[in-house]
Write a protein of this length. Structure first.
Length: 327
């Protein structure tokens, strides 16, 4: 009897301890707002649809905002914060070099306004980014997945933390390491890279790939095309190149065809051929015959990316305005 009570006490203690440790980090789940703001996902989708109907090119940007948010301090909305008088000693993520090409902050701010009208103080900005990413993909012809919600917004944004983002000139080891630190696998890496099927890039981002004679990683005809496009010095601020020529506004497996044919725009695209596992994935999907498999993989990898744990400070909140912390 005595030993049973002892065992029970240990079990109860363990249960409490695990409850406590899990409550320190937000528990994500599908339909987190079902009771507190049942229209939340519907409102986001309507807004994304109306923006993309006039600016379809923005889909890639909206997807990238979630990626840049999650890789830096976890998915906590820190990418959305502006500098303020209070935190101007710290340069915010938004002002980091890695953010120079990010677009769509105004879209997130206006979605937040709509959500504040419907359900004040309820839906976090970090969750808005996750839902927007899903809808931007789906509205571009891509998959739909059950997006998990329940994130809180952080109060810290520091440009220095953007070092966690793998640069576009990464080699395969750097890419894998940058993903592994975030608990993401080689499969997540090659699948999430497929996001480059939509979007545009500025010449400055891949200048290292031009003017290199004997660049074995780049198809010569494609290299000529890129050089012609980016020749002007300085390049017009709006000179952009489709990340996946011919399919840049459609979410499909066109990216893998490009990489397999040495038309990956960034070095970080081309080097997916330098690892057996990622190369095999690229080759399989370059055929274009496994779109449904890629779509299912993509939804899964996005859920994994959306689960990157925030660097908690104890000051998390649901922001009322995405660009400033609550006062
Ligand atoms: C950011 O990094 C720079 C250079 O390493 C350092 O001087 C600065 O203090 C850092 N700023 C913050 C707010 O951590
Ligand atoms: C950021 O970009 C500026 C201007 O292009 C450059 O001078 C600076 O070295 C860059 N900083 C980092 C940390 O890459
Ligand atoms: C987009 O999502 C809807 C569900 O809302 C789904 O029926 C549709 O198949 C998705 N689009 C694609 C291309 O999978
Ligand atoms: C990685 O997973 C471990 C174990 O679940 C977790 O404690 C850690 O916070 C995760 N790291 C990130 C960056 O999500």
């Amino acid at each position: 009897m005595g030993s049973r009570t002892g065992l029970l006490a240990i079990l109860v203690t363990c249960a409490i301890a695990s409850l406590l440790s899990s409550s320190a980090q937000a528990q994500l789940k599908v339909g987190y707002y079902r009771e507190t703001c049942y229209k939340a996902e519907h409102i986001v989708r309507q807004e994304v649809a109306s923006v993309l109907s006039v600016m379809p090119k923005l889909a890639g940007s909206l997807l990238r905002l979630h990626f840049h948010d999650c890789f830096v301090r976890g998915c906590d909305g820190s990418i959305l914060l502006d500098s303020t008088d209070n935190n101007d000693i710290t340069i915010v993520e938004k002002k980091a070099n890695t953010s120079a090409s990010l677009r769509g902050f105004d879209v997130i701010d206006s979605i937040k306004e709509k959500l504040e009208e419907a359900c004040p103080g309820t839906v976090s900005c970090a969750d808005i980014l996750a839902i927007v990413a899903r809808d931007a993909v789906n509205l571009s012809g891509g998959p739909f997945w059950q997006v998990q919600t329940g994130r809180l917004d952080g109060r810290i944004s520091n440009a220095n933390d953007t070092k966690d983002l793998p640069p576009p000139d990464s080699d395969i080891e750097q890419l894998q390491a940058a993903f592994a630190v975030k608990n993401l696998t080689r499969k997540d890496l090659v699948v999430l890279s497929g996001a480059h099927t939509i979007g545009f890039s500025h010449c400055d981002t891949f200048r290292d790939r031009l003017h290199t004679s004997g660049n074995e990683q780049l198809d010569p005809a494609y290299q000529n095309e890129l050089e012609a496009k980016c020749r002007a010095q300085p390049v017009a601020a709006d000179a952009t190149v489709q990340m996946a020529p011919k399919s840049s506004q459609r979410f499909d497996t066109g990216y893998y065809w490009n990489v397999a044919h040495r038309r990956g725009l960034f070095r970080s695209d081309a080097v997916l051929l330098a690892d057996d596992f990622t190369a095999a994935y690229v080759q399989r999907h370059a055929t274009g015959r496994l779109v449904h498999e890629f779509f299912a993989d993509f939804g899964e990898a996005m859920v994994n990316m959306g689960s990157i744990q925030p660097a908690t400070t104890g000051g998390e909140e649901v922001r009322r305005k995405c660009s400033v912390v609550n006062s």
